[in-house]
Design a protein around this ligand. Structure first.
Ligand SMILES: Cc1ncc(C[n+]2csc(CCOP(=O)(O)OP(=O)(O)O)c2C)c(N)n1
Length: 243
């Protein structure tokens, strides 16, 4: 019988620690598949973040390292400058990348450091219980905005992809989503393109992946795709912003 699909060899046998319906799992699977398709599964290094993907290095077969919360871009800069030929992904949550680490993120992008950032935007600080992040939507209820996020008090939504795309140095900046099969395929293409640019031309690439957090959104996982389509993507439209 012809085999039409098989588990990526880059995924380890360990179960992930993600909640049911969390789209981190999809993102990790796509990275594994792309690494195999590009033949870099033995070379790729992935930075496992502080956040829900903290155990990433256990789920995947790549070499990995950690960085303090918000510091992946600084740590990644050191790694990549010392190992310019090693493909590197900084895998980060929106709290990590767009809040606590926003200074490092923006300066690294503006310098055009030679790594790929994959940012999982679930609009909350997932691991610590769903506090509001700069990506939380206006009016969104979280544990730190129990009556809905008031932008006058907490600030408006920070759209990191748009800010990064305004810099000269980044080679590829895109926002994709993981809420439908069609979007997942587009996200996979984007991850592949970002890594190809890193490997073939060098330079910085940024892939933001809109994701769900059913546990902290207090939503049934099966309702999250509709909510993402009708609400979240209105604030965070998908598509290429640069490159
Ligand atoms: C400097 C620092 N501040 C705060 C924390 C606590 N902390 C751990 S994980 C986390 C939230 C992570 O949220 P995000 O980056 O959005 O990733 P997610 O868990 O949603 O995937 C926080 C605030 C920490 N570990 N270090």
């Amino acid at each position: 019988m012809e085999s039409v699909y098989q588990r990526s060899k880059a995924l380890s046998a360990a179960s992930t620690s993600f909640c049911p319906g969390c789209m981190h799992s999809t993102a990790v699977k796509l990275i594994c598949e792309v690494s195999e398709e590009l033949g870099i599964q033995d070379d790729l290094v992935i930075m496992a973040p502080i956040g829900c993907a903290v155990y990433l290095g256990v789920f995947v077969q790549f070499d990995s390292f950690g960085a303090p919360h918000g510091r992946p871009a600084a740590t990644g800069t050191g790694f990549k400058r010392s190992n310019p030929d090693v493909p590197l992904i900084l895998y980060q949550g929106d709290g990590d990348c767009a809040s606590i680490g926003i200074a490092e993120t923006l300066h690294a992008a503006n310098r055009g450091e030679g790594f790929t950032v994959i940012m999982i935007n679930n609009q909350v600080y997932g691991m610590t219980g769903g506090q509001a992040a700069p990506t939380t939507l206006p009016g969104q209820k979280t544990t730190t905005s129990q009556y809905g996020k008031i932008t006058e008090d907490m600030g408006d939504v920070i759209k990191l992809a748009e800010i990064i795309a305004s810099f000269n140095a980044p080679k590829y900046v895109t926002r994709q989503s993981l809420h439908t099969p069609k979007n997942i395929l587009a996200a996979k293409k984007a991850i592949k393109k970002a890594l190809e640019i890193q490997i073939n031309e060098g330079g910085y690439s940024y892939v933001e992946l809109m994701s769900s957090c059913p546990t902290n959104w207090k939503m049934d996982p099966k309702d999250t795709p509709k909510y993402m389509e009708e609400v979240v993507l209105k604030e965070f439209p998908v598509g290429d912003l640069k490159g």
